[in-house]
Design a binder for this molecule. Structure first.
Ligand code: FAD
Length: 357
């Protein structure tokens, strides 16, 4: 085995595409029962920020979708077919618990579907485990005293579960705006409170994922004045967000000071009551399997140069977020970082090449 890839979502598959091209021997270990990675868990109304032709992994364009941008089921189907098309050897389910350095590379330890502990050895490891399995909820006074339902957006499905209930949604990025809009546009949900730390920053209405990717690419190329996505704003104005914003259904409140048994209290003394609380407060990288390697960290992230982990030859992180390569956590953006990892691995092994496009 030349390479063990951990994680079989879009990032792991993009790495597999280039490993196959390079002629290296590899396996992908994925702890999910089915293909699709995080896209198998998203809420029902979620649509991509971009059309299918701007949401493709390397090699094969995502087939067009009907009725606007693709939904999550379309992406899952694409990823399943991508695996088949490139005959990617994915072992499922295998949950990787540990990666250790050993003579000649790494030992990867995992538990398979029969609860058997298994090990793999390889000089190169690509970690592509995403963030979905590590939802983040911030500390706030009174959180444990609130008697209503609390869920992270990773568990949100649709407004049906909130019928007849007043809901507070916390979080000012895309998940927060989309879930608040989803609930606000459903007449069966009587009241929505949308709380964000800062005033929401909407991207211009005509800017979607294509422009975000263009900006991220310009930043990678070091182009003058390329401010990146954050320079434009945060929230992509997908149709439901636009409708909820324009009809006044989506109005923002500042963050409350603390939660109470039945609601929340704000700094000016205002109190409000609600039944459910949806935390749209982000994720952290799922990197527990690398804890034993004691990787260098800066500002909370592993120190990388693109996908290459500083000081640990043969270890690559693909996907995760801009800190591991601008746009690496998007369908269209992950390919360039997967390719960079495989290019580097070929040089390290002294074998294989990723052919020029
Ligand atoms: P994942 O899809 O999470 O895949 C990781 C895989 O690794 C999973 O199968 C997981 O089960 C497995 N795994 C995890 N830990 C282990 C372990 N220890 N051992 C073995 N396997 C493990 N991107 C776009 O391009 N366009 C969009 O419109 C868009 N919209 C988004 C909307 C939302 C709400 C969110 C949250 C993200 C969106 N993204 C979008 C971002 C991005 O495409 C996803 O986050 C993407 O799923 C990340 O892919 P990944 O392969 O890195 O991780």
């Amino acid at each position: 085995m030349d390479v063990v890839v951990i994680g079989g979502g879009q990032a792991g598959l993009a790495a597999a595409f280039y490993l196959r091209r390079a002629g290296l021997e590899y396996v992908v270990l994925d702890d999910a029962p089915e293909p699709g990675g995080a896209w198998t868990h998203t809420w029902e109304s979620l649509r991509l920020f971009s059309p299918a032709e701007f949401s493709s992994l390397p090699g094969w364009q995502m087939p067009p979708s009907r009725g606007g941008n693709p939904d999550a089921a379309h992406v899952v189907d694409y990823l399943r077919r991508y695996e088949e098309r490139y005959e990617i050897p994915v072992e499922r389910p295998v949950h990787v618990t540990e990666v250790r350095q050993a003579a000649g590379g790494f030992v990867v330890v995992g538990v398979d579907g029969a609860h058997e502990t298994r090990t793999w050895r390889a000089p190169v490891v690509v970690s592509a485990t995403g963030t979905w399995s590590r939802p983040f909820v911030p500390a706030i006074d009174g959180r444990s005293t609130f008697l209503g339902r609390q869920l992270h957006c990773s568990r949100y499905v649709s407004p049906a579960a909130h019928e007849g209930r007043r809901v507070m949604v916390v979080g000012g990025a895309n998940s927060g705006a989309q879930i608040a809009a989803d609930l606000a546009l459903d007449p069966a949900v009587p009241e929505i409170l949308w709380c964000t730390l800062d005033e929401p920053r909407y991207l211009p209405d005509d800017v979607d994922g294509r422009e975000l990717f263009r900006l991220a690419s310009a930043r990678v190329r070091g182009e003058e004045g390329a401010r990146g996505v954050g320079g434009l704003g945060d929230i992509v104005v997908v149709p439901p967000v636009r409708e909820a914003r324009d009809t006044g259904a989506l109005r923002r409140l500042p963050m409350p000071q603390r939660l109470t048994r039945t609601g929340a209290v704000w700094a000016d003394g205002t109190t409000r009551e609600f039944d459910d609380l949806v935390w749209c407060t982000g994720f952290r990288p799922a990197l527990r399997h690398l804890d034993g390697l004691d990787l260098p960290r800066e500002s909370g992230h592993v120190v990388t140069d693109g996908p290459r982990v500083e000081g640990v030859p043969g270890l690559y992180l693909v996907g995760y977020g801009d800190w591991a390569g601008p746009a690496s956590a998007t369908l269209i953006g992950v390919g360039q970082w997967a390719r960079a990892a495989v290019d580097d691995a070929c040089a390290l092994l002294g074998r294989g090449t990723v052919r020029r496009r």
